[in-house]
Each structure stands twice: as structure tokens, then as C-alpha cells.
Design a protein around this ligand. Structure first.
Ligand code: PLP
Length: 394
């Protein structure tokens, strides 16, 4: 007999978080693991934002705020969306939540009914399918591979749409592939979407982290789709504020009202302190992090491509490399056969002390996700360790 609700029974713990806890256990034993498993910038929250948080505590900004977030922060987010993304939203069309993960959950609960379908391009971020299921909907995966730099084509999108399609989630730049949809690609997807009444959930949390390419919001490129577009973003990646738990959505008034009501009865207002810090963070983005990440990307991707059996496209955004390791499947290390990305990651962690995440959880078997949000030295060291590991494969 199962004491748990049908709703939670099938939920799997997050794959990225379970590798992370294994890694932390090895680190606690004193093993010098290089942790490339976690999606978290290695730099600090901007000092000005941290001090704004402290000031909020000492100034008594320690009470509930409006459930949708403070007016000051929603106004600042509205200004940000206007000046940086060319998107006009009123503060009433914005809800601040406890991280973009929470935002996405709120959004899916607000738009999905039982039996609805949500189109999800694969490879995808691990939490989307679980959140879709929790919202009662069904995930319809549209796969993409290295031949299109892991981006879906308009034809594949069109073929996946049914009368039950309620929404598509588009994450660009992408976790885990680092793929960035270019303007012409977004326009082509928009062309398909405009023939249907489907919500377009745009997860743009990595928008600032793009290398040599321009990041544009589909919502800005296709103004006629604005009434169906939900623009999701957050503070974790751009401002290294993962622990502050702050994200937001901007969208059409009816959906935003629903998200706000839902939030008012579930979590209530997000942390007043984090909101004060976030307000300051918005004007303290440090563009040098883009250069830093780009350099690490280049070192890592070049290193990965030099390993026999491994091929990796050059990601144009976020801070992940997502190599295809098909070429090492069937090989063995000290008598242990590698028959999946899972085996590969386990051996890499044990033998080379490099932590990574197998692609299966992202809907991409035979792939591995490496986060390069670790120091330059660690990226170089990880490449060395992997080279030695690969030399011992037979
Ligand atoms: N969306 C994507 C694609 C992510 O990679 C993450 C974090 O890993 C999130 C959303 C959620 O970020 P947070 O809840 O920290 O704002």
C-alpha cells in the first residue's frame, strides 16, 4: 500500500542534486574532487547587493511584502525588461518568486489542466518534466541532436503540436547544452507558434551568459505572440545569487494574476531581504564574468574534443559543455565496462575525481554535462585528469 499521493509518487529526486551530494561526501573525506556537476556560478554575489540585503535586515525590511513581490522590485524588473529586452510590462504583469524554479512551477500550475500536453525540446533541464507532471500535464518531448546544435527545427515543433498542446517551454541559452537560439531560428519557431493558441514559456535565466552571439527574447521578436508569452528569469545565474532564491515571470495580466493568487496561498511573499538585495543587483551586473566563462569554455571544449571517443559542440551560452561520449561506450577501465553515461560519470568521479552529470536525466543518453563554473585552474586540471583517465581506457 502506498501512503503517498499519486501526485508525488513518481517524482524522481533531482539527478544533479544527487551527484552533488555524492561529490560533497567525497570532498568531506578530503578528496580533491573538481565539482563540475552543479549549475552554480563560482563567484560571489555583487557586494552592493549583499550590503543591500544586510541593510534590509537592520532597517526593518523584515516583514511580509506584497505576495507578488515589492512594488519597487517589480518596477525595477519592468525597467530591466524594457531597457535590456525591449519588452514592455507593467509592474502588475510581474510576479517575483523564490527562484526561477519556483516561478516555473507557479506558471505551469496556473496554465495546465489534467491531460494537457506541454512540448519540451530535449535535451532539457531536469526539473521541467517533473514540474509538468506535478501540474497534471503530459510532457511531449521534441528531440534535437548535435546536427542542429541541439536546437529544435520549426518542422519538428509543428509535428509535435496537437489539439491538447497547452504550452511549449523554450530554454535559451540552454541548460544542459549551452545552445542559444539565434534570431532567425526564433522567428521560424514563432511562425509555427502563431498558427496556434499555445503558451510560450521562455526560460531566459542564462540570457546574460552568451558568447559571440546575441541573445534576443522570442517575445520581443514576435510582438504578436506577447499575449501567450511568459518570460521567466531570475537572479541565480547572472548575479551569483543562487542561495537568495529570487526569480520572476512577466506575462499577460490574467496569467500573472493567477500566479500571484496561487503564490499568495502557497509560499506567500518571497523573502523581503532577498528582494532588497535583488533590487540593487539589477544595476550591478559584472560583464567581466562573461569573458571569464568564455575563456573556461574554450579550454574545456578544446580539451574534451581532444579525448578519444568524445565530441563536443561549442556551446554559445550558459556555463555548460555537453559532450557526446558514445565513442567510449563499450570501453573499460580497470576491468569495469562503460555501458552508459552513468557508468562513465561514476568512474570519472572515482578514478579522476571529476564530478559531472550523466545526460539521461536531461533526456540525452550518451551525453555528459560538465559545468565550467569552477576556477580557471580547476578547468585546466579537470582536462588533465580526464586525459589521463582516457589513456587508461581499453
Ligand atoms: N531554469 C534553468 C534552465 C536552470 O538551469 C535553473 C537552475 O539551475 C533554473 C531555471 C532555476 O534557477 P533558480 O531557481 O535558482 O532561480
Amino acid at each position: 500500500e502506498n501512503r503517498l499521493s499519486a501526485r508525488v509518487r513518481n517524482i524522481k529526486p533531482s539527478a544533479t542534486m544527487s551527484v552533488d551530494s555524492k561529490t560533497k561526501a567525497l570532498l568531506a573525506e578530503g578528496k580533491p574532487v573538481i565539482n563540475m556537476s552543479v549549475g552554480e556560478p563560482d563567484f560571489d554575489t555583487p557586494t552592493a547587493a549583499a550590503f543591500a540585503g544586510i541593510k534590509a535586515i537592520t532597517n526593518g525590511q523584515t516583514r511580509y511584502t506584497a505576495a507578488a513581490g515589492t512594488l519597487a522590485l517589480r518596477q525595477a524588473v519592468a525597467r530591466k525588461l524594457m531597457t535590456e529586452n525591449g519588452l514592455q510590462f507593467a509592474p502588475e504583469q510581474i510576479v517575483i518568486s523564490n527562484g526561477a524554479k519556483h516561478t516555473l512551477y507557479n506558471v505551469l500550475l496556473s496554465i495546465c489542466d489534467d491531460g494537457d500536453e506541454v512540448i519540451l525540446p530535449a535535451p532539457f533541464w531536469v526539473s521541467y518534466p517533473e514540474q509538468i507532471e506535478l501540474a497534471g500535464a503530459k510532457t511531449v518531448v521534441v528531440p534535437a541532436d548535435a546536427s542542429t546544435n541541439y536546437k529544435i527545427t520549426p518542422e519538428a515543433l509543428a509535428a509535435a503540436i496537437t489539439p491538447r498542446t497547452k504550452a511549449i517551454i523554450l530554454n535559451t541559452p540552454s541548460n544542459p547544452t549551452g545552445a542559444v537560439y539565434h534570431e532567425d531560428e526564433l522567428l521560424a519557431l514563432g511562425e509555427v507558434l502563431r498558427k496556434h493558441d499555445i503558451y510560450i514559456v521562455l526560460d531566459e535565466i542564462y540570457e546574460r551568459l552568451v558568447y559571440d552571439v546575441k541573445q534576443t527574447s522570442l517575445a520581443a521578436l514576435c510582438p504578436d505572440l506577447r499575449d501567450n508569452a511568459l518570460v521567466v528569469n531570475g537572479f541565480s545565474k547572472a548575479f551569483a545569487m543562487t542561495g537568495w532564491r529570487l526569480g520572476y515571470v512577466a506575462g499577460p495580466t490574467d496569467v500573472i494574476k493567477a500566479v500571484s493568487s496561487l503564490q499568495s496561498h502557497s509560499t506567500g511573499s518571497p523573502s523581503s531581504i532577498s528582494q532588497a538585495a535583488g533590487l540593487t543587483a539589477l544595476s550591478h551586473f559584472d560583464p567581466s564574468v562573461v569573458e571569464t566563462f568564455m575563456h573556461r569554455r574554450d579550454v574545456l571544449v578544446e580539451g574534451l574534443n581532444s579525448l578519444p571517443g568524445v565530441t563536443c559542440i561549442v556551446p554559445e551560452g550558459a556555463f555548460y559543455a555537453f559532450p557526446d561520449i558514445s565513442g567510449v561506450i563499450g570501453k573499460s577501465y580497470e576491468g569495469r565496462t562503460i555501458s552508459s553515461a552513468n557508468d562513465y560519470c561514476e568512474l570519472l568521479l572515482e578514478a579522476a575525481l571529476v564530478a559531472s552529470v550523466p545526460g539521461d536525466a536531461f533526456g540525452a543518453p550518451n551525453h555528459v554535462r560538465f559545468s565550467y563554473a569552477v576556477s580557471d585552474d580547476q578547468v585546466a586540471e579537470a582536462v588533465d585528469r580526464m586525459r589521463q583517465f582516457h589513456q587508461r581506457l581499453s
